[in-house]
Design a protein around this ligand. Structure first.
Ligand SMILES: [Ca+2]
Ligand SMILES: [Ca+2]
Length: 87
């Protein structure tokens, strides 16, 4: 049991080191935004509609506040504000 815990900790330490060096090229927050946005934007039209946000409880609650230009959907810029607040 102890040995496997050490292995997990070592693996985590190594992977956080690996992502830290990735930060030099692309900020990890930017990757998070893009990856999350693409995961939620299931019809790939470049915006998150209310329907697509339905399964995302927190996003759905924040949706009216995030939709600053009142288009009824969230573009990547509007979604970025949501991701930043979650950090
Ligand atoms: Ca969409
Ligand atoms: Ca909008």
């Amino acid at each position: 049991m102890k040995k496997s815990l050490i292995l997990v900790v070592t693996t985590l330490a190594f992977s956080s080191f690996a992502s830290a060096s990735d930060d030099l090229i692309v900020p990890s927050a930017a990757i998070d935004v893009e990856a999350n946005f693409q995961a939620i934007d299931t019809n790939l039209d470049g915006v998150i509609s209310l329907t697509e946000a339905e399964n995302q409880e927190k996003l759905l609650a924040a949706f009216p506040d995030l939709d600053l230009d009142k288009t009824g959907d969230l573009n990547e810029e509007e979604f970025k504000k949501f991701v930043m607040v979650q950090k």
